[in-house]
Design a protein around this ligand. Structure first.
Ligand code: 5RP
Length: 224
């Protein structure tokens, strides 16, 4: 199977998982990226079976609207049963690295509100220890050099993501060479640097369920 076929399979598995729990009032949180796009396309086939969605990025909102799915502002919704999104890396605690698509801050906000975070990924995203994928950090533009110096003190090697402005008007530093043995602590330590909006570690609020697309079918992993 190709990587896209694996992504398509987990996207369909996510729809199959959430659909029986949705009703005409349900609002679903939707992530960003190529796997999330497959989820959007699969979800759209059932758009009459729920109320609408909250999007984690402008790109996702555009795709959802193209399907005719109502997109709500998070502030106008009180309950989100599910947030469904991809990841760049996932470990066996369902701690994640996200932000390859620069949408990490809105993704983290929607994940924080949702009762259940369903992560969908192809098998290449499963890792024993997080950190081979450079950790994205969203930074207020004027703090770029200050934040980069602090990240070096934490043992990282930050690289400015050229030509990228986030939906919030900020920049991204991708941090290489981090040893992520304690993702919860590192997430907090990086978020404590003045000028950081947030970082792509999803460890304080990990996924609740990981649907992993493998050659042998979709594996379901729950948080231990
Ligand atoms: C975007 C993300 C994505 O979920 C992550 O980059 C995975 O993307 P893809 O599904 O295209 O592999 O965090 O900010």
């Amino acid at each position: 199977m190709t990587q896209d076929q694996l992504k398509q399979a987990v996207a369909q598995a996510a729809v199959d998982h959430i659909l029986p729990k949705l009703d005409s009032k349900s609002i679903v949180g939707v992530g960003t990226g190529s796997t999330a796009n497959f989820f959007i396309d699969a979800l759209a086939r059932h758009k009459t079976e729920f109320d609408g969605v909250v999007a984690s990025s402008e790109a996702t909102a555009t795709r959802l609207k193209q399907h005719g799915i109502p997109v709500y502002d998070l502030n106008s919704t009180s309950e989100l049963e599910f947030y469904v999104d991809g990841a760049d890396e996932a470990d066996h605690h369902l701690h994640l690295i996200k932000g390859g698509g620069a949408a990490l801050t809105r993704e983290k906000i929607v994940a924080a509100v949702a009762r259940t975070f369903v992560c969908i990924a192809d098998a290449s995203k499963r890792v024993p220890v997080l950190g081979a994928f450079p950790l994205p950090v969203e930074v207020i533009p004027m703090a770029r050099s200050h934040v980069a110096r602090q990240l070096v003190k934490l043992g990282g090697d930050p690289v400015y993501r050229d030509g990228v402005t986030t939906d919030n008007g900020n920049i991204i530093l991708d941090v290489y060479s981090l040893s992520i043995t304690d993702p919860v602590k590192l997430e907090a330590d990086i978020n404590a640097i003045v000028g950081v909006v947030t970082n792509g570690l999803f460890a304080a609020r990990p996924a609740d369920l990981l649907l992993l697309g493998t050659e042998n079918g979709v594996e379901t992993l729950t948080r231990s």
